[in-house]
Design a protein around this ligand. Structure first.
Ligand SMILES: C[S@@+](CC[C@H](N)C(=O)[O-])C[C@H]1O[C@@H](n2cnc3c(N)ncnc32)[C@H](O)[C@@H]1O
Length: 298
């Protein structure tokens, strides 16, 4: 991240959710009706303009058709990771869930939009102080009220201790907790990722974490473009947020189990399409075997 500035990739993923909401065919992966307001973009044309610029950037590595399809897939994956959180929360509540902790929240709108899912829970948005301050301004500008059950916890993964920040922010380490960790690990060092896993893994039985990840084999499962990780790296580095970690599924599984999680599930595109989208892949046009999202339960 650029010192003193909010995350530009947080803006990018919110624009992607807004774009999906406005243009994806039914059944949509996610209905993030607050995404555009949170970005501060004026209308759907501005959203389309932002996406078109991104597509042009990716087209410089390949061609316009490939870049359009690639961006569509990335949009779909960004929306799907949030959908998985929405789908997993009810079962977690049955296991006694008390807290939802959204780590690296960016412009995530779950706390403001999914109040039926978060009712009765303590919700915490944990993010880099610069991004969080910007989000709070965006919320004000968009007239989105902050629910009573939401607490903001400023935190820098690379320079602070997560357990201490959570405790200071009011997160209870003895309560069943759901961690949403979307679009973050790849911007952190291996050391910060491992220490985050070890903090989460110490939570009580029944706690859960949903994360997406970048794997070196993302290139082959996503098909389409051979060097997709390198392309992403070039784009996000220009935003001041280079990719710093990537893991094979086997590495993630081992790290998570070592940290205290008992089950780790990698969700394939086919499983997600069949279970969430009634088998229809128009809005989530991925190869069946593609996977970039996991759930882990303690
Ligand atoms: C790609 S955005 C994802 C935002 C959101 N979770 C989403 O799904 O749209 C990356 C997020 O990681 C956060 N982040 C990156 N590096 C961080 C650090 N060192 N400490 C705290 N947060 C960090 C950024 O502030 C940003 O909110």
């Amino acid at each position: 991240m650029i010192e003193g500035k909010p995350s530009r990739t947080a803006l990018m993923t919110a624009v992607q959710r807004a774009h999906h909401y406005q243009t994806a065919p039914e059944p949509k992966v996610l209905r993030d009706s607050l995404a555009m307001a949170l970005t501060g973009l004026e209308d759907s044309e501005a959203v389309q303009g932002y996406i078109d610029t991104l597509v042009q950037t990716f087209a410089s590595f390949s061609d316009l058709e490939t870049a359009t399809l690639f961006m569509n897939r990335v949009d779909g994956a960004v929306c799907m990771r949030s959908r998985v959180v929405e789908e997993e929360l009810p079962a977690a509540r049955e296991r006694g869930l008390k807290q939802l902790v959204i780590l690296g929240a960016g412009l995530d709108s779950t706390a403001y939009r999914c109040t039926d899912l978060t009712e009765g829970l303590e919700v915490f948005e944990v993010d880099h102080p610069s991004t969080q301050a910007w989000k709070r301004e965006q919320l004000k500008k968009a007239n989105i009220s902050v629910p009573d059950n939401l607490t903001f916890v400023p935190f820098d993964f690379e320079n602070q201790t997560l357990a201490q920040a959570l405790e200071a922010g009011g997160v209870r380490a003895d309560k069943v907790t759901f961690f949403s960790w979307l679009g973050v690990h790849m911007y952190l060092t291996d050391e910060a990722v491992k220490s985050t896993f070890s903090v989460m893994g110490a939570y009580p039985k029944g706690s859960e974490m949903v994360m997406d990840y970048i794997s070196p084999s993302y290139v082959t499962v996503a098909g389409l473009v051979e060097n997709s990780v390198e392309q992403l790296q070039e784009v996000v580095s220009k935003m001041g947020e280079p990719l710093k970690s990537k893991y094979y599924e086997s590495e993630l599984e081992e790290m998570l189990k070592t940290a205290g999680f008992s089950t780790v599930n990698f969700l394939s595109a086919r499983w997600l399409i069949d279970n969430y989208l009634g088998g229809k892949k128009d809005a989530f046009d991925m190869p069946d075997e593609a996977t970039s999202i996991l759930t882990a339960v303690i």
